[in-house]
Design a protein around this ligand. Structure first.
Ligand code: SAH
Ligand code: SF4
Ligand code: F3S
Length: 482
């Protein structure tokens, strides 16, 4: 029998959480662990939690209810809880669930091997200290075990934390204060990723385009090693092998001229932004403490589209925020229609602990909130389908992700606009995951595009950059405009 210990991480929540799980997995690989194919094979199980809405938090408690049996099934098993619920409720989780060995927050990923070691000695631990230093960005390079997991793509942390304190949101409490990583480390990581065949990086931060803002304002950017966000994008664009750059999630108030212009200039910068708006009513936006008005958002969209006419914009929306009237909600519908979002994630407002909106009165009834949610989702479905139809006939480079949900012989990937494109492979071998395939869009469905394979390039540094600058300097891909 092999002595290698196996781990499994179950992840909920946003891309930051997905990437935190990757970082923990990386640490464990470096520590000699192997990943388990199922919970049955796992010696160590970590649940990486999300606390954004009540439902997300409850998922942890229902999971834990079932995991007592897992823990007791085999001696020596270790169970840990990570993420935003752990940060918020660390001690309480250990008190309530005596079979949980440890809990730790997003600032303490590096301590996982140590906490597992302690658990094996019978010691339980909670690590939720907030680290204000940059040490948490210093993690080991990607272990070879990562190769092939998300071929051609990688997340790249540029900043962490959030200082915005929108009145509905737990994130400033769970992720702590904003801190930006020095540009040099980000660029070095991107170069290393490119060397391993990564073509697309997604820059991560809770308010990613606030990158470096505190350093800049305090006149200490040079000491901190940060630069303006647009400048960072320019440096990444210059890296050989990095063909696509995305960033998520930006906040509308942190767009400056340079960042808007970058969308027209940088060939690697994808023509998609996920730009959460939350509401189309100024009164609601004010109570949400979003710091912009609906017309500011509209104006920003116009400027972005002036820089990059084919930009696809997606968003997040909250319905049923305290005090939201029918009139407020109509304003949100109007904004969704005016902007013509390519897609949106809409949520019913959920009161969260230690947030100021939780104190607001005049709550919207659950039935009303549900009706609004359905109305906005119906509107969005129509807009998404319209957008998909407008894309039929174009030829686009698609970064292949793998088998499609549509079944055998069906492959799926994403185009520069971040839309899912499904296609069938006429003969094996088709383009491998991580390859860029040229596809002609032949059909639109409500959730994705259907394409026909034209040709493909295989992954690797030697590959040409089909999306690089055009001779006319517009930086746009001819295929996308075609
Ligand atoms: N940092 C991003 C959002 C992160 S949370 C930003 O600033 O836009 C992702 C989305 O969850 C938010 O955009 C919001 O639409 C939703 N959300 C956050 N808190 C919520 C709450 N209390 N109830 C319902 N939805 C919420
Ligand atoms: Fe939450 Fe607002 Fe920060 Fe986004 S900007 S993470 S919604 S507090
Ligand atoms: Fe959830 Fe935390 Fe992300 S609350 S959305 S996992 S920052």
């Amino acid at each position: 029998m092999s002595l290698t210990r196996h781990f499994l991480i179950r992840t909920y929540g946003c891309q930051m959480n997905v990437h935190d799980s990757e970082k923990v997995a990386n640490l464990l690989h470096h520590d000699g662990y192997a990943s388990a194919s199922s919970e049955n094979d796992a010696d160590v199980l970590i649940i990486n939690t999300c606390s954004i809405r009540e439902k997300a938090e409850h998922r942890l408690y229902s999971d834990l209810g079932l995991l007592r049996a897992w823990k007791e099934e085999r001696s020596g098993r270790v169970l840990g809880v990570a993420g935003c619920v752990a940060q918020q409720e660390g001690d309480a989780i250990l008190r309530r669930f005596p079979f949980v060995d440890f809990a730790f927050g997003p600032h303490n990923l590096r301590l996982v091997p140590e906490m597992i070691g302690a658990a094996q000695q019978g010691q339980r631990s909670v690590r939720t200290d907030e680290a204000a230093d940059l040490a948490r960005f210093d993690l080991p390079e990607r272990h070879p075990a990562f190769e092939g997991q998300t071929p051609g793509r990688a997340y790249l942390t540029v900043m962490e934390g959030c200082d915005m304190f929108c009145s509905f949101c737990v994130v400033p409490n769970t992720r702590g204060r904003e801190i930006s990583r020095p540009a040099e480390g980000i660029v070095a990581e991107a170069i290393s990723l490119a060397g391993r065949g990564v073509r697309e990086v997604t820059l991560l931060g809770q308010t990613v385009n606030a990158y470096g803002r505190h350093d800049l304002r305090r006149g200490r950017a040079e000491i901190a090693g940060t630069v303006a966000f647009a400048e960072l994008l320019g440096r990444l664009d210059a890296i050989e092998g990095i063909e696509r750059v995305r960033y998520t999630s930006p906040h509308p108030i942190f767009y400056d001229e340079a960042l808007i212009a970058a969308h027209g200039k940088l060939a690697s910068l994808c023509p998609h932004v996920h730009l959460p708006v939350q509401s189309g009513s100024d009164a609601v936006l004010e109570r949400m403490r979003r710091r912009y008005r609906a017309d500011d958002y509209r104006a920003l969209v116009e400027r972005l589209r002036a820089a990059r006419p084919d930009l696809a914009i997606t968003t997040d929306l909250i319905v049923g925020f305290p005090g939201e009237t029918e009139e407020d909600f109509r304003r949100t519908l109007a904004l969704v229609r005016d902007v013509g979002f390519v897609d949106s994630f809409s949520f019913k407002y959920s009161p969260r602990p230690h947030t100021s909106a939780a104190e607001l009165e005049d709550v919207v009834s659950p039935a009303e909130a549900q009706a609004r949610l359905e109305e906005i989702q119906t509107l969005q479905r129509g807009l998404t389908l319209d957008y998909h139809r407008s894309r039929v006939g174009q030829t686009v480079p698609v970064l292949v992700e793998g088998g499609s949900r549509r079944g055998a012989g069906q492959v799926s990937g994403r185009d520069p606009h971040h839309r899912v494109v499904n296609f069938s492979v006429p003969r094996e071998p088709g383009p491998r995951p991580g390859a860029l395939a040229s596809l002609r869009i032949v059909e639109a469905t409500p959730h994705s595009l259907i394409g026909e394979l034209q040709d493909s390039t295989s992954p690797g540094r030697a590959a040409v950059k089909p999306e690089r600058r055009r001779a006319d300097g517009t930086g746009r891909s001819a295929a996308v405009e075609g």
